[in-house]
Design a protein around this ligand. Structure first.
Ligand code: PLP
Length: 488
């Protein structure tokens, strides 16, 4: 029997039997079976179209013909490891480097965001000879052991984990809900000083900091946009301590933020990380990823004497696909599209904020946008169950959106970069209807709370809802505007 020909219940049965139960599925009480996709649309087994507002992996559009063709043509010719000379590897490295500051000139090709971040930690530790790592609250950097250790998003879910003594967690630079907010005179310095304090504590205990790692914009952490200047100040502190700065661009790179190709560039031209990790969009769905660093870091890694070999990393097929992705981004001006459509989407969402008290904050850059829902704009009580209800109602109307952040109350937009203003109109119009009805459904909300909770979908990384919040008491009517626009 060929793939895709089972009826849906049979697929569900087989999945239950043979796939690990911790591999969660979207909308678990009524999962979607997707059999085809094109551009920003996905199609189920009966041909129903869904608008995809979340898939930043299908960066240039699902199954883009240029990418598919590049991969298929190279597969017909050759696929092998990088121990043989091949032009695709070097040409791709050269093209990728051209998008980055000059100092970031050496590439290591790997196969997933997790592999990239794990290698970044190794590079940092070899280069510095230090061990301690500073990560951010709510961060997610990957699924392998070394990265679960630096991913509070994950390790906070486990009550019995022993926290790695070399890992230190700094406050998330979230100016909406975090420790220093938009009304603080200098949140960038205040958040960076928190990192400095951690460094001092590490030193007092006799440790030494190898790296600070952060996503250039926190994604799973709740679409957090750090205040401008934060990374420069952190980098100063970390460099003085002999450590390096790792920017995780696995979610947010490749033009998504619109104004720049890399999200770390939002911080200003005077900021250049020592190591950048890439993944998801790099291969438009093909499993590939990359670590880019400086000559100095690469030479230190070399001097360890150990060969770095990766069976699939940088193979000719992956590199052909990577090149095609870069070509399409330019040919279709997808970075420009992200900027234009992102701005349009944010304007529409701002109007929703004026209209609906539940919408607490709109933040984003390009096609990376978060909508934080709160029951009270002063107390910032997270509207977790409401967010889940909105996702379900959108799904019923064939729109796929997700929610994340520590309270899962931040609706996150990170669609394929071909997302259009018409798509933005459609999703915001549907959200408007749901939010309008929300005033009514809130009356029955409390009574159905437990039913909703039992049906909560897992997000892309399987985070389950914080039960304490689901049981939180009713919302206040406070609607005073408290949010501020970020300058980035
Ligand atoms: C910021 C970030 N880094 C790294 C990873 C890990 O990537 P992968 O799932 O490809 O291993 C993810 C995955 O969601 C991520 O969001």
């Amino acid at each position: 029997m060929s793939a895709g020909s089972l009826d849906k219940t049979a697929t569900i049965d087989l999945r239950r039997r043979h796939i690990g139960p911790s591999c969660k599925i979207f909308f678990s009480h009524d999962p979607i079976k997707i059999v085809q996709a094109k551009g920003q649309y996905m199609y189920d087994e009966i041909g129903q179209r869904y608008l995809d507002c979340i898939n930043n992996v299908a960066h240039v559009g699902h199954c883009h013909p240029d990418v598919v063709k590049a991969g298929a043509q190279q597969m017909e010719l050759l696929n092998t490891n990088s121990r043989f000379l091949h032009d695709n590897l070097v040409l791709y490295a050269q093209r990728l480097q051209a998008t980055l500051p000059d100092k970031l000139s050496v590439c290591y090709f790997v196969n997933s965001g997790s592999e990239a971040n794990d290698l970044a930690l190794r590079l940092a530790r070899h280069y510095t000879g230090h061990k301690d790592i500073i990560t951010l609250e709510n961060a997610y950097h990957g699924h392998i052991s070394s990265l679960i250790d630096i991913s509070p998003y994950k390790f906070h879910q486990l009550s019995d984990t022993v926290h790695n003594q070399f890992v230190h967690v700094a406050p998330s630079p979230d100016v909406y809900r975090g420790k220093y907010r938009a009304d603080h005179p200098d949140p960038a310095t205040a958040y960076a000083d928190e990192v400095k304090e951690i460094i001092d504590k590490v030193h007092k205990k006799g440790g030494k900091v190898a790296a600070f790692i952060a996503e250039s914009l926190q994604s799973c952490g709740g679409q957090v946009i750090p205040p401008a200047g934060y990374f420069q100040r952190v980098a100063d502190h970390v460099h003085k301590a002999g450590g390096v700065f790792i920017a995780d661009e696995v979610q947010v790179g490749f033009g998504r933020v619109g104004t720049h190709f890399w999200a770390f560039q939002l911080q200003g031209e005077d900021f250049v990380p020592d190591i950048v990790t890439m993944g998801k969009p790099i291969g438009n769905g093909h499993p590939m990823s990359c670590v880019v660093t400086t000559k100095e870091v690469a030479e230190a890694f070399m001097s360890s004497g150990m060969e770095y070999f990766n069976t699939f990393g940088g193979n000719p097929v992956s590199c052909a696909i990577g090149l095609a992705v870069l070509d399409v981004i330019v040919k279709e001006d997808l970075q420009g599209n992200a900027q234009r459509v992102g701005r349009y989407l944010i304007n529409l969402l701002e109007q929703q904020k004026e209209k609906h008290p539940l919408v607490g904050d709109i933040r984003g850059c390009g096609l990376f946008v978060g909508v934080e829902l709160v029951r009270d704009r002063l107390k910032l009580t997270p509207a977790t169950a409401e967010a889940q209800e909105i996702l379900y109602k959108l799904k019923e109307q064939h729109i796929l959106l997700s929610a994340d952040g520590p309270y899962r109350n931040v609706l996150k937009f990170k669609p394929p970069m071909c997302f259009s203003t018409e798509d933005a109109d459609l999703v915001v119009e549907k959200m408007d209807h749901i939010l309008t009805d929300n005033c009514m459904f809130y009356q029955i909300f409390i009574s159905t709370l437990f039913v909703i909770y039992s049906k909560l979908p897992a997000d892309e990384n399987g985070l389950e809802c914080h039960s304490g919040l689901v049981h939180s008491k009713g919302r206040s009517q406070g609607v005073r505007q408290q949010t501020k626009h970020l300058k980035i």
